[in-house]
Design a protein around this ligand. Sequence first.
Ligand code: HEM
Length: 61
Amino acid sequence: MPFGGGRRSCAGKDLARIMLKVFVVEHVRGCSVRLLNERTRFQTFPMPYPTDGMPVNVTCL
Ligand code: HEM
């Protein structure tokens, strides 16, 4: 999230990050997430990530 930097960086960035996390959690609470490929492989360098993009099926009530 672009909060600027240096002396004039956003004074509310910590509050904003918490609010964004609460927003996301409140919206996905009622959803179920199912892996479409249970045998997803991970590449580990330079960072761990799924080689197939880890497709999922999201169902919300
Ligand atoms: C997603 C939410 C937010 C974004 C993306 C955002 C982004 C920014 C950016 C880009 C700046 C200018 C930084 C600079 O000039 O380098 C700024 C300044 C500021 N923001 Fe935010 N902001 C957010 C939320 C908030 C919240 C929730 C508050 C207060 C409750 C807040 C209070 C401030 C204040 C007081 C400044 C001026 C800081 C200064 O000039 O010293 N911001 N913000």
